[in-house]
Design a protein around this ligand. Structure first.
Ligand code: SF4
Ligand code: SF4
Length: 213
């Protein structure tokens, strides 16, 4: 029995014959240069005579133009989930009642809330809390929108129309309460799109000290 290398049996495949033109790539290089030049001269002519499509409005079928970001931006769809914001009440306080529904629903566990009580002379004292701290790690967030769905107060929204900026440090993606309250919605305002009656309003349907005991 032989212990040498095993002989591999098979049919040899002949090398394809290539002409000198193919082997030198000259024709293919010339074709590439011609294609690139044609695009260059066409784009230059369209730019000089203002014949280019609007890259913001054109559809893909109309061609592919370069969007000069950030001077030009394609509009985001109406339901685009952008950076979070915390909505405000009329007096500028957060609508958030620190119920922790959003942080419980968050699959990425990137919301941190520290609840606190309103002062004793505030009509909301004893009925609802407010977030002393409200922090979202936007780098950890997967933009699923569960927090917005979970919120019973429309206090957290993702309708800023903004995506996270390319910051250069990890810390810059940690958004605190003040920052989240400072972002406006797409309508430019800071209020909720679903206003509701507050404790102290005449037709407030909830329980208060005067009503519901
Ligand atoms: S969008 Fe999703 S991942 Fe991001 S904070 Fe909300 S629940 Fe968490
Ligand atoms: S944002 Fe909404 S869900 Fe989250 S703690 Fe505040 S009230 Fe609750």
């Amino acid at each position: 029995m032989s212990l040498g290398p095993k002989k591999i049996e098979g049919r040899p495949v002949p090398r394809p014959s290539r002409s000198a033109g193919v082997q030198s790539y000259a024709l293919e290089v010339a074709k590439g240069v011609a294609l690139t030049s044609a695009h260059f001269f066409r784009n230059t002519k369209e730019m000089v005579f203002a014949q280019r499509n609007d890259p913001i409005l054109e559809s893909v079928e109309e061609g592919v133009n370069t969007v000069m970001y950030p001077e030009q931006r394609r509009p985001y769809p109406a339901r685009f989930r952008g950076l979070h914001r915390l909505t405000q009440r009329e007096d500028g306080s957060p609508r958030c009642v620190a119920c922790l529904c959003c942080s419980t629903a968050c699959p990425a566990q990137c919301i941190h809330i520290v609840p606190a009580e309103y002062p004793e002379d505030d009509p909301r004292h004893g009925y609802e809390r407010y977030p002393d701290e409200f922090v979202i790690d936007e780098l950890r967030c997967i933009f699923c929108g569960f927090c917005v769905e979970a919120c019973p107060c429309d206090a957290i929204r993702m309708d800023t129309g903004m995506h996270a900026a390319p910051y250069d440090s990890r810390d810059q993606f940690i958004f605190d309460k003040e920052r989240l309250l400072g972002f406006p919605g797409r309508d430019g305002g800071h209020l909720s799109q679903n206003p509701r009656l507050e404790a102290g309003d005449r037709d407030y349907p909830g329980v208060t000290r005067e009503k519901g005991h």
